[in-house]
Design a protein around this ligand. Structure first.
Ligand code: PLP
Length: 376
């Protein structure tokens, strides 16, 4: 194929530029401003539809910034241990190091590829004093939230949800990004909606949002002069960028539907091969940000061979996130699994992320499916 088939790229619709234009017309280019305010209100409305409680949104320069502020607000201190997802992007767990704390990585289960409640329970047996759990919903598939929340509550631990990949995914009808006391979403370039770069912190308590706002704006105290009582950051989203987000949010459901269709077409087209698609629970509705395949244990085909074959045909596939416990930078951190053979090592060695761009045509996806079949 002449045109490269990509993993996931931004899809703009037109409203984005209208909101951006408004910022230019009003010469409101600086951080903060009406687009930021409205983007936050609109996101809170979207997330809280039908759940009766109100979450508070704070637009920031990145999802990583949101996770960093979440770690600070959760009270993580130097030397603390934090339980976190092991199979995720490094951005989930890096903020723990920013604060001088230490990650304890928790293996996944096979039904959603997310944090295994049985492994989390084991982790609390080993480290009963841990007070913060950071959970990511991998590739837009909700984790086993009932079990995770029950365990966190029983041990008095705060849950931080990294919903960077999972915006618009639901578990028992509730939006990802509203399960934790503190939650993060991302609008990075390849996410389900994008602002070119950006993120949001979603808080249960209004005072957490207010504190995060202060930290994100250099921690200025309310005084006529520049008064500082704690260390701050420059983490706010600009009013221009927020305009892109407002336009994108209008199309979030449409993006989710297109991603869902892509997953279903793969599932049907690849049926019969010795592989399965990334699994999810019946009580959940993933956003299918990325469709992934997992080659059967007893099949010798290596996902890297598949990736190279696809690359030759101008198709972009990507490896599964390499588990954090296998990363040299985290070699001194503990890793806890409920199985003799860690689930994440199997997913990593047998899995592959497939092109999931919502602008991919039916013909292009058919071409991808045929190319995958050639590998078996
Ligand atoms: C993308 C991503 C982030 C980071 O978001 P940025 O906006 O790029 O900083 C964090 N966690 C996960 C799981 C991600 O996929």
């Amino acid at each position: 194929m002449e045109k490269r088939i990509q993993l996931s790229t931004p899809t703009m619709h037109g409203e984005e530029i209208t909101f951006v234009q408004e910022a230019f017309d009003k010469n409101w280019i600086a951080p903060l401003g009406f687009n930021c305010d409205n983007f936050e209100f609109e996101m809170s409305d979207y997330l809280c539809r039908g759940i009766g409680s109100r979450y508070h949104s704070l637009a920031l320069s990145s999802g990583t910034a949101a996770l960093h502020l979440a770690v600070k607000l959760a009270g993580v201190k130097r030397g603390d241990k934090v339980f976190c997802s092991d199979m995720t992007f490094a951005a989930t767990v890096n903020p723990i190091s920013y604060e001088g704390a230490e990650q304890v990585f928790i293996d996944s289960e096979e039904e959603t590829w997310n944090m295994d409640p049985a492994a989390l329970e084991r982790a609390f047996e080993k480290y009963p004093d841990v007070k913060v759990v950071m959970l990511a919903h991998l590739y837009g598939t909700p984790a086993k939230m009932d079990e995770i929340i029950e365990i966190c509550d029983r041990h008095g631990a705060i849950l931080i949800e990294d919903a960077a990949e999972a915006l618009s995914a639901t578990y028992k009808g509730r939006q990802c990004g509203t399960f934790g006391k503190l939650n993060a979403i991302s609008f990075n370039g390849n996410k389900i909606i994008t602002t070119s770069g950006g993120g949001m912190l979603i808080t249960e308590d209004e005072k957490d949002r207010a504190h995060a706002f202060k930290l994100a704006t250099q921690a200025r105290e309310p005084a006529p002069w520049y008064q500082h009582e704690e260390i701050g950051y420059n983490y706010r989203m600009s009013n221009v960028v927020a305009g892109i987000g407002r336009g994108q949010l209008l199309h979030l459901e449409e993006h989710r539907e297109l991603k869902t269709k892509i997953y279903e077409v793969y599932k049907e087209g690849l049926a019969g091969l010795p592989m399965t698609m990334n699994p999810y629970l019946d009580c959940s509705k993933p956003n299918f940000w990325l469709s992934c395949m997992l080659i059967d244990d007893d099949c010798a085909v290596d996902p890297m061979t598949v990736m190279e074959h696809l690359a030759k045909k101008n198709i972009e596939a990507r490896p599964i996130w390499k588990p954090m416990h296998m990363q040299p930078v985290f070699k001194n951190c503990d890793f806890i699994s409920a199985n003799d053979h860690p689930v994440n090592e199997k997913i990593f060695t047998k899995g592959l992320c497939l092109p999931s761009d919502i602008k991919m045509t039916a013909e292009e996806q058919e071409y991808v499916i045929e190319a995958i079949k050639e590998c078996f």
